[in-house]
Design a protein. Structure first.
Length: 364
């Protein structure tokens, strides 16, 4: 089999970036920091509360804008609370020195999205969030804005992840349809393959008890992002039930955790990403945390029947979602090589074989 020349870097190649100095960190990597097709990024020691979000632009360093826009500096060495409705910029422990042909993109981790923590990676001279151009050399920063719950973070907390790629390895629609025919990417009788991706629809029929999702409560206690199973679900979430009607009205400024009707499958030689907002399907945003690693939903990795948990927020107007309505699309990319570890097999994966599931911070 001929080696690919374009694609997403797998775990072995990500580790090699550290060994060759293309990735630099101020402390040793955490044991589970490298994922099958991505690297978790860690917060540094300080957070800057800023007046507003900003884009550095082609002529400015992030540090220059921070000097002008910061309100105060927060020490994260022992942990600190980040409040809802505020914007923070945190220098990350990792910095890059990418070769000319390698670019990267970032996304919130699954647990980050399920807590409604809005995060975006920023680079010096950036003109787009979460996009790191080929050959970039310099520091990384994370913009953090908790939307529903105040959170506790500390130096080393991991809210975002980064993927590295060489060239363009996106599957076009004919190739995507062929892969679905061979591997069943989504469990749908007639998959909708358009717009460069394969569609996912919403499940509002509910489980045996009629549970269709959760709505975030306001004025809650803080969530510690580094602690699992610490919080009671009902202190933070209102369960939503179908009550015989397979629809849900999304209220503006409310945050919902819902689930796809279809199980999702990402074969070992591919990585997937959910497009965060599609104006063709309605006035709402789905899925802040869009990366699906190789092996997600893969039967051999224990993931048969894994569905996509959807983080949903309406825009300016109330919007009715109906059972089976398309809510987003998955795009697939080739991996450069098969990862040594697959999602769900010994790499600290929290959401393999999931159905409707809140983040790991809540007790079941």
């Amino acid at each position: 089999m001929t080696a690919r020349e374009t694609g997403i870097l797998a775990d072995r190649a990500i580790a090699a970036l550290f060994e060759t100095g293309r990735l630099i960190s101020e402390r040793t990597l955490d044991r589970d920091q490298i994922q099958p097709a991505s690297l978790d990024l860690r917060l540094g020691a300080k957070a800057f509360r800023v007046r507003a979000s900003f884009m550095p632009g082609p002529n400015h360093l992030v540090a220059d804008k921070l000097d002008r826009l910061k309100l105060h500096v927060i020490d994260l060495s022992e942990g600190a609370v980040l409040e809802t409705g505020c914007v923070y910029i945190v220098p990350l422990m990792e910095r890059l020195d990418l070769p000319a042909g390698m670019s990267a993109s970032a996304n919130p981790k699954s647990s980050t999205g399920r807590l409604d923590i809005f995060t975006r990676v920023i680079t010096d001279y950036a003109q787009e969030f979460d996009k790191i151009p080929a050959g970039y050399s310099g520091p990384l920063y994370l913009e953090i804005s908790p939307r529903t719950f105040p959170i506790v973070v500390r130096r080393g907390s991991r809210l975002s992840q980064i993927r590295f790629r060489i060239g363009n390895a996106l599957l076009g629609e004919p190739e995507l349809q062929k892969l679905h025919d061979a591997e069943t990417l989504v469990a749908a009788a007639k998959p909708n393959v358009t717009g460069g991706g394969i569609a996912l629809s919403i499940d509002l029929a509910g489980d045996k008890q009629g549970l269709i999702g959760y709505r975030g409560k306001h004025h809650t206690a803080v969530v510690d992002v580094d602690k699992k199973a610490q919080h009671d679900i009902f202190d933070f979430w209102e369960p939503l039930y179908s009550r015989g009607r397979s629809e849900l009205i999304l209220d503006p400024d409310e945050f919902y955790i819902l689930v796809s009707r279809e199980a999702v499958h990402v074969p070992p030689l591919y990585a997937a990403e959910m497009t965060p907002f599609d104006p063709l399907v309605g006035e709402f945003r789905v899925h802040y945390a869009g990366f699906f690693d190789p092996g997600f939903g893969h039967e051999a990795a224990g993931g048969r029947g894994s569905r996509a948990v959807l983080e949903v927020r309406s825009h300016e107007v109330p919007f009715i979602l109906e059972d089976g309505q398309i809510v987003g699309r998955l795009v697939y990319e080739h991996m450069l090589e098969r990862p040594e570890g697959l999602y769900g097999t010994g790499v600290g994966s929290n959401y393999q074989a999931q159905g409707l599931k809140l983040s790991k911070h809540f007790r079941v």
